[in-house]
Design a protein around this ligand. Sequence first.
Ligand code: ZN
Length: 107
Amino acid sequence: MRSLDLDAMYAPKFSEYANIGVADPEAGEFRIGMEYGSRKSVIAAIRSYTIFRGVNYVVYESESQTFYAKCNSYGRGCNWLIQASLIQKKACWEIWRYNGSHTCFMG
Ligand SMILES: [Zn+2]
C-alpha cells in the first residue's frame, strides 16, 4: 500500500517534466474547460507554461477551491490571466477563465 501511495505522489511530477520541451509551443496552450486531476497538477501546468513563455506572474489564492494567476503587468498593457476552479461534481480542476496566449514582453 505504502509504495503505491508513493507512486501516486511521484506520477504528477514526472508528467510535469515530460511536458517540458514540447516541440510545438501551441501544445502547451491552455483552453477553457481543460481538466486536471489535482490542484497540484494545474499549478504545475501553469508553472511550466510561464517558464516556457517567460511570464512573470502572481498567483492569487482567495479560496481553497479556486485560484488564479495574472501577469505582473496585468492592467498595464497586458491582460494575461488564468483561473482554475475545483469542479466538485467531476472531482477535477478545470480551467475556468483564460485570456489567451501570453504576448507581452513587460511581465
Ligand atoms: Zn504579460
